[in-house]
Design a protein around this ligand. Structure first.
Ligand code: G5P
Ligand code: MG
Length: 217
């Protein structure tokens, strides 16, 4: 196996809080891919108060999905800006129409599915704190900042995400089961889905790393 001519076009899919952001940071470091996180892009639009950010806010705070048309446009322009490079998409596609559109425009060649039990996820997102400007992710138990509630690099305050409130988390998990499971079935039928089961990101990652190495060495 080797890098396909169009480049590495990888996806990481998993329930909210399954560790996509955490493991993406390790993949992009080791394989020199550009990390495109749909959630980070949306939160950045919200912070800047753009029309797209204003539209997305009401959906995101409840843990609902932002409409497909908006998401497809946002991601298409982001991928266009990356041109021929290698990328890892985190958080997109989340519905079958999103997956079908992506496959028509920029086909993906590897899909990593993080399969983490929902009980594990519910336990960890309540301890998540983030640095909004950089997207750096902390966890008061698993990966605490050096100084409590402060970003390691800038010293700026950390915040909790609005959608990490328990009722939003429940809604996000339900939406994952209803809307994103068909996306996994779509890639499984194409033969490019690889599932990684586990409860700890540090134990899951070596398997992901080995798989990606074998596929793209
Ligand atoms: P996002 O931003 O894509 P989610 O809900 O898919 O949000 P999330 O919450 O960002 O996913 P994650 O990236 O999978 O989770 O997980 P993470 O942040 O790495 O880890 C979660 C926590 O657990 C962190 O505190 C981390 O430190 C800790 N942790 C990690 N590993 C371990 C471990 O091994 N042990 C322990 N103890 N802790 C660990 O999407 C947000 C919203 O944007 C909209 C939707 O409204 C969505 O709800 N959106 C879209 N809408 C429509 N279509 C799309 N394509 C959309 N994309 C985004
Ligand atoms: Mg994330």
């Amino acid at each position: 196996a080797s890098v396909p001519p169009q480049g590495i076009h990888a996806l990481i899919i998993g329930a909210p809080g399954s560790g996509k952001g955490t493991i993406s940071n390790w993949i992009v470091r080791d394989f020199k891919l550009q990390h495109v996180s749909s959630g980070d892009l949306l939160r950045d639009h919200m912070r800047r108060g753009t029309p797209l950010g204003q539209e997305a806010r009401s959906f995101m705070e409840k843990g609902d999905l932002v409409p497909d048309q908006t998401m497809v446009g946002l991601i298409a322009s982001e991928l266009k800006a990356l041109g021929q490079g290698n990328w890892l998409l985190d958080g997109f596609p989340r519905t079958l129409p999103q997956a079908e559109t992506l496959q028509k425009e920029t086909p993906v060649n590897v899909v990593v599915h993080l399969d983490v039990p929902f009980e594990t996820i519910i336990g960890r997102v309540k301890d998540r704190w983030v640095h909004p400007a950089s997207g750096r992710i902390y966890n008061t138990v698993f990966n605490p900042p050096k100084e409590p509630f402060q970003d390691d690099i800038t010293g700026e305050p950390l915040i909790q995400r609005e959608d990490d409130k328990p009722e939003s988390v429940q809604n996000r998990l339900q939406i994952f089961s209803d809307s994103t499971q068909p996306v996994l079935d779509f890639y499984d039928k194409m033969g490019i889905l690889k599932v990684f089961h586990g409860t700890e990101s540090k134990k899951i990652y070596p398997h992901v790393q080995k798989y990606m190495h074998e596929k793209f060495q």
